[in-house]
Structure formats: C-alpha cells, structure tokens
Design a protein around this ligand. Sequence first.
Ligand SMILES: NC(=O)c1ccc[n+]([C@@H]2O[C@H](COP(=O)([O-])OP(=O)(O)OC[C@H]3O[C@@H](n4cnc5c(N)ncnc54)[C@H](OP(=O)(O)O)[C@@H]3O)[C@@H](O)[C@H]2O)c1
Length: 261
Amino acid sequence: MNIGVIGTGQIGEVIIRKLRGAGYSVKMANSRGPESLKYLAATTGTMPASVEQVVQDVDMLFIVVPQKAIPELPKGLLSKAKRDTIVIDVGNYYPFRDGRIDEIENGLTESVWVERQIGRPVVKVLNTIPSKALMAAGCPAGSRDRVALPISGDNTKAKEIVAQLIDRIGFDSVDAGTIAESWRQQPGSPVYCTNPTKEELQKWLKNVDRSSLVTNREKGTKALFAVEHRDHRTGALIKRADYQTTVNAHRSVHHEIMNSK
Ligand SMILES: NC(=O)c1ccc[n+]([C@@H]2O[C@H](COP(=O)([O-])OP(=O)(O)OC[C@H]3O[C@@H](n4cnc5c(N)ncnc54)[C@H](OP(=O)(O)O)[C@@H]3O)[C@@H](O)[C@H]2O)c1
C-alpha cells in the first residue's frame, strides 16, 4: 500500500516511523517543502514531496496538521488524489492553538468540518493517542492490555482497511460509528488520550456525554499542563511529560466513568 502523509510534526513524524516500521511505502510533505525533510527522509526511508505531490497515487492519505492549517491547504488539493484514496483525519480542535472556528463552536463535529473544508469524506483515527504513546505502546495482536483506537467514518470498507493497518502498527481498534458521530472520540471524551483497552474503549464510547466535551477538554488540558514542564511566565513547553503521565492526567478527568462497573 502506498501512503501519503501531510504534516511531519510531533504526531506526523511518529505516524511515518510506525508506517515505515510496518513496511509501508510512504511519502511526506510539510509546510516548508521537501528540502526541510532530508533528515527524516534519510532516517526513515520516506520520500519527501510537495503537498501537491504527496496526495497523488496513494491508497491512503494522512492529514496531520493543526486544525487551523486545514483551510490553508491548496484549494482543490484533493481533486489531485485518486477517487478511492482513503483520507485520514488525525486532527483535533483546540481553540487556544487554532483560534475560534465558529461552526465547531456551534456544535459541528470536528471531522465533518474537515470534510467540508477539503471536499472529501474522511476516516477519523489516531487523533486519540499521544505521540509518545503511539511510538512506544504498540504490541502484537493478542497481547494483554493492548491499547485500542476508535475509528469513525461513513465507509465501512475503508474503516476495515484502516483497522488492518492499525493492527499492523500494534494497536486494536473499535468501529466508533459514522463521521457525524465522531464527536465521541474528540478531545474531552473519556476515550481521548486515555489509552483504553478494546474492552474499555467499547464501554466508554457508549458513555460519552457530548455536552461535557468542552468542559472536559479544558480540564484535560489543565491536568496535562500541570504535569508538563513549562516556562512559568510564557507557558512555552520545555519538556513533555512521559506518555503514562500524560495518559494519567487525561484519565483523572473521567474517574467516574472509568470506575463504574
Ligand atoms: N501531538 C500529538 O501527540 C497528537 C496526537 C494526536 C493527534 N494530534 C493532532 O494532530 C494534528 C497535528 O499535531 P502535531 O502535534 O503533530 O502538530 P505540530 O507538531 O505542530 O506539526 C504540524 C505539522 O503540520 C505541518 N503543516 C502546518 N501547516 C501546513 C500546511 N499548510 N501545509 C502542509 N503542512 C503544514 C507543519 O509543517 P512544518 O513542519 O513545515 O512546520 C508540521 O509538520 C493536530 O490537530 C493535533 O491535535 C496530535
């Protein structure tokens, strides 16, 4: 399978490393152009490309840019992709980072907003796992406490193909429903950055309270910032917490659901 990745930042780079580790052929693009990707290309065997090139002739395309960058992608970009390319949305909306997006603030599901921006259906996956956990927590199928990821989208066949890929990179998955229902895996959900097992994921997906997502997203961010090393004046990140600490911070927001039978 040939794969394209737009965005080579914190999570994009890890996705590339995991895909290459599983033997997929990958090309990648960022905002600064192929020249800036020489080191990552040399260390991973990934082909650097422009954003226009990276969407072409791929079976799957991961979009891994901050939400605010989605409208900045070239107009009509996805018309250069094959009709059956599976487009993956890995993104999350954080107003402190992305600025205010009115449609999402007014209740539109984040990935539906992405679909409207790019003019193509998406499958939502990998948005719920912190980059360090994605790098370190994968393990073979059948392993005890294997982490599971939700997959949302309207195309069942596409979701099955994505589930096979997720298994190959070391994770279980659960079909979380349609893209309109993918708010269940947005920030503030008990399945977000909490590294659930498959059993936990199935149970917690049923218990997501949409009206609490924003409050819980803010609580999760606060809990995370409390355990990360930040400049106390500017708030700039100095050192990320290890992934188990990150996961525990997010879990602390949802202890009621997590402790219910
Ligand atoms: N970090 C995580 O642990 C994590 C986990 C799950 C999901 N996510 C979500 O994934 C998305 C990306 O997060 P991140 O932490 O990886 O962000 P990041 O470290 O800031 O990286 C963003 C990447 O997007 C690229 N980019 C930005 N605008 C672009 C444009 N117009 N065209 C092409 N490339 C562009 C950047 O290019 P340059 O390199 O040239 O600047 C960079 O490679 C966010 O929505 C985030 O919420 C993050």
